[in-house]
Design a protein around this ligand. Sequence first.
Ligand SMILES: C[S@@+](CC[C@H](N)C(=O)[O-])C[C@H]1O[C@@H](n2cnc3c(N)ncnc32)[C@H](O)[C@@H]1O
Length: 178
Amino acid sequence: MAQIIPPSPWVAAYAGRIPANGGVLDLACGSGRHSRLLAGLGYAVLAVDRNVEALAGLGDVAGLGDVAGVESMVADLEGETWPLAGRQFAGVVVTNYLWRPRFGDVLALVQPGGILIYETFMQGNAQYGKPSSPDFLLEPGELRARIAAAGWHEIAFEEGYTDSPKPAMRQAICAGRW
Ligand SMILES: C[S@@+](CC[C@H](N)C(=O)[O-])C[C@H]1O[C@@H](n2cnc3c(N)ncnc32)[C@H](O)[C@@H]1O
């Protein structure tokens, strides 16, 4: 049986800040633990990942399953063509994924008045395991700096060592586009 991974406490804590209308994007969603959480809160969710098998339990992919309120999309977020061009959402959730060349495109996915919830690994994580490449690790204060540079409103920010769900160096932000 597939292992059920609980949602991130950070996402759970701030998901309710997302405006009710406009839909939510779960970017690089994996098996969709946050898509399920968000759909359970009443949001219409678009779950995007390149991994068809990970998406399969969410619905719309090969008819293998269906979670009410979740539409899934197989897409490469690191290719030449940005698969979400022109789309906007009331909320965008990104966890355990970082691809800096598209960070600006990710911000553009949040509609004015919308919310970005972003949480992933940061510098110093290599001592605890993967990811260990600087390409996939945020620099200290990076999410805060990027949000400030965009002129957005920081709602909450956290970074540093955590031992849950496993020892790691992590960084997280909840920000509003206003
Ligand atoms: C560590 S998992 C995180 C999954 C989910 N966000 C979570 O926290 O449970 C990283 C996800 O990014 C996806 N991913 C990596 N590179 C990608 C790409 N180029 N395009 C789309 N998805 C990608 C992987 O398939 C994987 O599901």
